[in-house]
Write a protein that binds this ligand. Structure first.
Ligand code: ACM
Length: 531
């Protein structure tokens, strides 16, 4: 390379580097989701190898939170900060004992204080602190940098209490490590519920000890005929525990009575109807076909690897079906500390309407028996919802309205805005577009409280962004579909709508993109952003 060209590149890289210099004031911070209030001061706190993390107040996991902060700072700074109750210049203060997620982050020149009345609040304060450090803090190796944190005060709390994402591990199976990686990314965005879509026509992904064929047969394959897989109960518990350490609650979903082909392939007796071989007219009893016997012995369905929906149903009129469901709900509830159990209920196109109503009402009773609140896709609002149960709006506004009119809350996942499997545009290499093309601006610019006719803020439990995986096969595929849109949905769920502005989000998401690059996240470089 000629010297003059080399010189040019050196100057050029210095300019690029300077774009990533520490921010001068807190008003330049690129925090996602945007906090409720940011007051910028002047000057900065400088993190150094002699900084100490001081724990103030008592709470079971406060020292773990201190260690979590160390683990966030150590790779890039090389500092192995001490954590303890001795005087320190980074203070984590628990000043109460409730389930509020509110926190404040106070930066002075001589100290940084994160205060909250709950551990979750401290956790969110830590996530915000990391986001106001230079982006190089994301580096996995030591970087020479001035680790300045601009002086100021942030007061923050979420707009919605349920801020979620869903991962469909049924259409394609994802290993425990991939789910943990997803949890890590969710936690940075202050999301607090991970809904696992554990079963569908193409696969059953959770060990049920009392019904072993569900996994020995029902987990054998996936969309496209790949080898599938499932979580043992121990692995599921590992996911639950990992999520809990990130202040995320797992919501398990067993989708029923439709989307059940994998279960129907595992156990013939769960299938409805009379399955007779050609030409066999069945057992006769007193001159009539004995439907009683025939109904009990239908053949198992074939495993399915396509992507059609709406063709399967559990038998809704058999005791064995409800015994099966009770066993499944009991076993999963025993290893699920969170309050919710998702019962699916969508697209049961081959279940008679009356049978559907009977079924969903009965299943809600079973989840209640095991201490869980039922969530179901919006179709469940066509049945009588038990008090406190939740309808997840994805398709039909009239169903959301039915839930509201019954006095039940709604989880907002409008497919046209919040479905992460929808293509960005017609050139997207992955995804589907039956609901919409969803570019980043479309994912960002909507308000849950005004989106559906007749539904207002008080009716809404929260917001969830589902990722269906018919076309998604790998961690890289997940990252391409989920980021940057998950950040948009996280901000919708956290930041009050009047505070959100697309142009400001464009600025902040560009900085977040640098962080994702440093984390090796292969996100979609939307043309709507100057990355
Ligand atoms: C759904 O997308 N079938 C809930």
């Amino acid at each position: 390379m000629k010297k003059s060209i080399l010189g040019f590149f050196l100057i050029f890289s210095a300019i690029v580097f300077s774009c990533q210099e520490p921010i001068n004031g807190l008003e330049e911070a690129a925090i996602i989701p945007l906090p409720s209030s940011i007051q910028a001061g002047s000057g900065a706190f400088e993190l150094s190898s002699s900084s100490r993390i001081q724990l103030i107040g008592s709470s079971k996991n406060l020292s773990d939170l201190g260690e979590f902060l160390v683990s966030k700072l150590k790779p890039a700074t090389g500092y192995d900060l001490k954590v303890g109750t001795e005087e320190g210049d980074i203070q984590l203060v628990i000043n109460g004992n409730d389930d509020s997620e509110t926190y404040s982050l106070d930066v002075e020149k001589s100290k940084v204080t994160i205060s909250a009345s709950s551990e979750a609040g401290i956790f969110y304060g830590i996530q915000t602190l990391v986001q106001i450090l230079p982006v190089q803090i994301e580096s996995s190796t030591v970087v020479e940098e001035s680790w300045r944190i601009p002086v100021g005060k942030i007061e923050d709390k979420p707009d919605y209490s349920y801020r979620g994402s869903m991962l469909d591990v049924a259409r394609h199976f994802f290993e425990v490590e991939d789910v943990k990686h997803y949890i890590d990314q969710m936690a940075k965005l202050k999301l607090n519920y991970l809904h696992l879509h554990l079963t569908d026509d193409q696969g059953w992904r959770i060990e049920i000890k009392s019904w072993p064929n569900l996994t020995s047969i029902g987990a054998k394959t996936e969309v496209g005929g790949g080898e599938g897989g499932y979580y043992t109960q121990d692995q599921y518990k590992e996911i639950v525990d990992y999520a809990a350490k990130n202040y995320i609650t797992i919501v398990p979903e067993i989708d029923m009575p439709g989307h059940t082909n994998a279960a129907l392939a595992s156990y013939g007796e769960l299938n409805p109807g009379v399955n007779l071989p050609d030409g066999d007219f069945g057992t006769m009893k007193e001159g009539k076909i004995d439907f009683d016997i025939l109904d009990k012995n239908p053949q198992p369905a074939e495993l399915y690897t396509g992507i059609e929906v709406g063709f399967s149903t559990l038998a809704t009129n058999k005791d064995i079906t409800y015994q099966f469901i009770e066993d499944v709900i009991r076993e999963i509830s025993e290893i699920t500390p969170g309050p919710y159990f998702h019962i699916g209920g969508d697209e049961s196109h081959v279940t008679e309407k009356d049978d559907y109503i009977y079924f969903v009402e009965k299943v809600q009773e079973i989840t209640a028996k095991y201490g869980k609140i039922s969530i179901g896709w919006d179709e469940i609002a066509t049945t009588k919802l038990a008090k406190g149960n939740v309808a997840q709006f994805w398709a039909l506004e009239e169903n959301a309205k039915l839930a509201k009119d019954q006095g039940n809350q709604i989880l907002m996942s409008p497919a046209k805005r919040a479905y992460l499997d929808m293509q960005y545009d017609s050139t997207s290499r992955l995804g589907l577009h039956w609901a919409a093309y969803i570019e980043l601006d479309s994912a960002y610019m909507w308000d849950p409280a005004t989106y559906a006719d007749g539904i207002s803020k008080a009716d809404i439990l929260g917001v969830e962004a589902p990722l269906w995986t018919e076309t998604i096969k790998s961690r890289a595929d997940i990252e391409y579909m989920v980021f940057p849109r998950l950040a948009a949905i996280a901000e919708i769920a956290w930041t009050p709508t009047p505070k959100r502005e697309w142009t400001d989000f464009q600025r902040r998401i560009a900085v977040q993109g640098k962080r994702w690059d440093m984390n090796g996240i292969q996100f979609y470089k939307s043309p709507k952003v100057n990355w």
